[in-house]
Design a protein around this ligand. Structure first.
Ligand SMILES: Nc1ncnc2c1ncn2[C@@H]1O[C@H](COP(=O)(O)OP(=O)(O)OP(=O)(O)O)[C@@H](O)[C@H]1O
Length: 227
């Protein structure tokens, strides 16, 4: 269970509040206008931004003070962050051991297989297509087997068919992890998530059932959707 307890996050003049919980295994979209604070919310969970007030907890344990690498989560950004000078397998290995000294190569091979990249571990990322790079980055995140997966528009650069395929793959492979996914595409939210957090006007709202939210959108969502 992820809990935001009277959380306030500040970045310069910008302020964002959150006060809600999300259960393990949930699939949650994070949607809202540009600059509303979607990335800020994820970055606070990941430990890249300190809280101004309140607490973020996982299973009751406060995450405050835990450095990003020690938090119970993996994070995937749009630019995928694959290191160009390392092979795909080494990039995956970094998810297990940043020194690459004690990597379980069988686990890396299994992860490559799960995302459909069997046999491509020796290539450099540049020798993969965009879709394959996304799969490799997802495999690295999943290999860490952390209880939370934070996705910040990771597939925004992919075409619609490939993006749909990646979302299905996340849904299939994330298993018991709680997934929070920032997206600008309402269709992604509807396809992927059971609940959606609307970030607008300085508030990250409680996760609302996605279908009901889009069927009867509050004014901030109507403005955002331009409907
Ligand atoms: N380092 C910073 N210092 C001051 N303000 C910042 C900093 N980083 C971000 N902000 C501000 O925080 C607000 C939220 O930014 P954030 O990137 O979280 O928005 P977002 O909803 O993810 O936007 P987008 O959809 O465009 O990616 C913005 O107003 C932004 O200008």
């Amino acid at each position: 269970m992820l809990s935001f307890e009277n959380v306030t996050i500040r970045q310069g003049d910008f302020s964002l509040a959150a006060n809600w919980q999300a259960a393990a295994g949930g699939r949650i979209a994070v949607i809202g206008p540009s600059g509303a604070g979607k990335s800020t919310l994820l970055n606070a969970v990941a430990g890249f931004i300190p809280l101004k007030s309140g607490h973020i907890r996982w299973d009751g344990q406060p995450l405050d003070g835990l450095p990003p690498g020690k938090r119970p989560l993996s994070i995937l950004f749009q630019d995928q962050n694959l290191f160009p000078h390392l092979t795909v397998a080494q990039n995956l290995g970094l998810g297990l051991d940043p020194s690459l000294r004690h990597v379980n190569t069988a686990a890396v091979d299994r992860a490559l297989e799960r995302v459909g990249l069997e046999g491509l571990g020796n290539r450099r990322p540049a020798a993969l297509s965009g879709g394959q790079q996304s799969r490799a980055a997802l495999a690295r995140a999943l290999l860490r087997a952390r209880p939370m997966l934070l996705l910040d528009e990771p597939f925004a650069a992919l075409g619609p068919a490939l993006k749909a395929e990646m979302l299905a793959l996340v849904e299939e492979l994330a298993g018991p992890a709680l997934v929070l996914m920032v997206t600008h595409d309402p269709e992604d939210a509807q396809r992927f998530s059971t609940h959606t957090v609307l970030v607008a006007d300085g508030i990250a709202a409680s996760p609302a059932p996605t279908d009901a939210l889009f069927a009867n959108p509050p004014p901030a969502l109507v403005n955002y959707l331009g409907a």
